[in-house]
Write a protein that binds this ligand. Structure first.
Ligand SMILES: [Zn+2]
Length: 171
């Protein structure tokens, strides 16, 4: 596939708008629930391009024994593999929880056009809560972002239920 030149924000009309958020966030929440099967913290992500999900992933840190196996990183890797290129500048990243510093930095490096998250993370969120990496002076690309508040409750419930179940288990 021939890559389009990067000329500012050429994909602005085709990246998802707020009206698209409920459907795409639904996919990330379903994906998050799958992480619990292998005892990973339930966080899910999806990459959207031209109105369709092209990659989805959930947190696999425990099952893979990989500190970088966050849902967002895995979804971006899969999208890059599908597209055959590392620049994801026509892609949006949906994720159930505000990305951490690693994932926010990876979104910058991947030239992600838009990040939409379902729940803020006051402790580690690196978009607006604990840090504002997209405004960092070294960021050579600034993804747009928005917080999709309607997904917050379900996203946080998944996490609460997961941690409650794990506290209940003798280990
Ligand atoms: Zn992360």
């Amino acid at each position: 596939m021939k890559e389009r030149p990067h000329t500012g924000a050429p994909f602005a009309e085709r990246i998802p708008g707020p009206a698209d958020d409920p459907d795409f966030m639904r996919e990330t929440l379903d994906e998050a629930a799958r992480a619990g099967v292998h005892d990973d913290v339930p966080i899910g992500a999806a990459i959207v391009r031209e109105g369709a999900v092209i990659a989805r992933a959930h947190n696999r840190r425990e099952v893979d024994g990989d500190p970088t196996a966050h849902a967002e990183v895995l979804a971006m890797r899969e999208a890059a593999r599908v597209l055959g290129r590392w620049r994801l500048l026509d892609c949006a990243l949906y994720v159930t929880v505000e990305p951490c510093a690693m994932c926010a930095a990876a979104a910058i490096l991947a030239r992600i056009a838009l990040v939409v998250f379902g729940a803020p993370d006051e402790k580690a969120g690196a978009i607006r809560s604990a840090a504002e990496l997209f405004d960092a002076s070294w960021a050579n690309h600034r993804p747009r972002w928005r917080y999709f508040a309607p997904a917050r409750e379900e996203s946080e419930r998944l996490l609460r239920d997961f941690f409650a179940a794990h506290r209940a288990q003798p280990s």
